[in-house]
Design a protein around this ligand. Structure first.
Ligand SMILES: Cc1cc2nc3c(=O)[nH]c(=O)nc-3n(C[C@H](O)[C@H](O)[C@H](O)COP(=O)(O)OP(=O)(O)OC[C@H]3O[C@@H](n4cnc5c(N)ncnc54)[C@H](O)[C@@H]3O)c2cc1C
Length: 401
């Protein structure tokens, strides 16, 4: 394969066509390089088997956490300033370029749960919990979706929270919650029976009244463990309520940040699928020539590269805006919507150019192809994100509730 050979030290070759990586500092690239080595040497060899069995490779969790990726000590400025958005984006990209479940697993803590604490916890609560969130000594998940409410969760959320002295009693059910089985606490969103507003609670995973059931027979993200959670009269102390969550408006602020992470995941998946496909068509011969030498295959390669490059340019620019403090619902919704749309085409083209072998786990593209379907639907479906953008464009809400 002919790639840019001008700079041999680049982490990303052809899948970062316009060299977005040059926005990273040398220190950031070093940390990402460590992640690359871990993924290539320790994770990659395990993926196909675990995916087929529908199990998460638990032996990877400790070493992955041990890489100190969330707020790497070596990237911390003199004032302990947080890692830059562009580094965090490339961290997700790198994970997803290897495997969507690994990216989702890491982002459940570094994106979803951390965002719940950052946006929802009071200053005192943050001082106590955030260091533990960052070093994973407090593992948590984001429990918003319910069996009967996904897209319409804002109005449909029916899990209840009833105040009883210094505690709250939670009743209801949550669905699809990623990583719940290995979490210490579940960030649960519930409607206060007194004022009808949505509040948030950190619920001990082992608390009386909490039941977790693994969701079986998934055809996407098979390695990622998702749970159906039942809450039956679960008692939670007031001290474990996230004190800055007073209504769904605060939840929406969390979703805004989380959708950008998923846009990076959708971009990373495309990079992984494209690279695997490019490798294959360079090696595979038909009619006495590499498959990649045929004009019709090259057109598909060009489309895949166009999709990856558009997606990466989009998420990099979004992240630059967010690093300046500009967060708007429609911006992250547009990024999630568009990168997911392109992802679907990219993984389908990748699978196609690999032919029959493209439906086996041996060539990687089948895993990306299947996993992309879950990413397409979570963190706001295509339609819901389109409606958020449409509302911003026209001033008219087309949601029906
Ligand atoms: C693998 C996976 C992991 C997940 N992880 C988590 C997690 O960790 N925490 C969490 O809280 N949730 C999680 N989710 C839930 C996820 O966010 C929801 O699946 C998603 O919001 C969609 O909800 P739904 O599946 O109930 O689909 P539905 O809301 O039932 O939608 C079905 C279809 O109807 C369409 N639709 C709905 N309303 C409209 C409308 N007004 N106009 C047009 N079309 C509409 C949708 O776009 C979709 O195509 C996860 C989901 C998956 C699949």
């Amino acid at each position: 394969m002919t790639v840019d050979t001008e700079n041999q030290t680049r982490l990303y070759g052809v899948c970062d066509y316009y060299d977005a990586e040059s926005l990273l500092t040398a220190g950031e690239r070093r940390v990402l390089g460590r992640l690359r080595s871990f993924l290539d040497e320790k994770a990659r060899p395990l993926l196909a088997d675990y995916w087929e069995r529908g199990e998460f490779p638990d032996e990877l969790a400790g070493p992955l956490i041990g890489l100190d990726l969330m707020e790497p000590a070596e990237l911390r400025g003199p004032e302990g300033s947080p890692a830059r958005g562009i580094y965090q984006g490339f961290r997700i990209f790198e994970l997803a370029r290897t495997d969507a479940s690994l990216a989702t697993f890491y982002t459940a803590q570094a994106g979803l749960f951390r965002t719940a604490i950052r946006v929802g916890a009071s200053a005192e609560q943050q001082a106590e919990w955030m260091p533990k969130v960052i070093d994973f000594s407090l593992k948590g998940v984001f429990s918003l979706t319910e069996p009967d409410s996904g897209s319409d969760i804002a109005g449909g959320l029916s899990t209840t929270a009833r105040r009883e002295g210094d505690a709250w009693i939670l009743d209801g059910a949550k669905r699809w919650i990623g990583g719940a089985a290995t979490a210490d606490v579940l960030a649960v969103f519930a409607r206060d029976t007194a004022d009808g507003q949505v509040k948030a609670f950190l619920v001990d995973r082992d608390a009386a009244g909490v039941t977790l059931e693994k969701i079986h027979r998934k055809t996407a993200l098979r390695m990622m463990q998702n749970a159906h959670i039942t809450l039956d009269g679960v008692r939670v102390p007031e001290s474990m309520r996230l004190h800055n969550v007073d209504s769904f408006r605060d939840v929406a602020a969390m979703l805004r940040a989380m959708r950008s992470d998923v846009a990076w995941i959708a971009t990373g998946i495309q990079a992984g699928a494209f690279e695997a496909a490019l490798r294959y068509v360079t090696e595979r011969k038909q009619f006495g020539r590499p498959v990649g030498s045929f004009q019709l295959v090259q057109e598909k390669l060009a489309r895949m590269l166009g999709n990856v490059t558009s997606s990466l340019s989009l998420v990099v620019r979004l992240t630059e805006q967010q690093d300046k403090g500009i967060y708007r619902d429609q911006d992250s919704a547009l990024a999630k919507m568009q990168t997911s749309l392109l992802m679907r085409e990219t993984v389908a083209l990748a699978r196609e150019v690999v032919g029959g072998n493209g439906i086996t786990l041996d060539t990687d593209v089948a895993r990306f192809h299947a996993d992309a379907e879950a990413v397409y639907s979570y963190e706001g479906t295509h339609e819901i994100n389109a409606l958020i953008v449409g509302r911003a464009l026209t001033g008219e809400s087309a949601f029906t509730r």
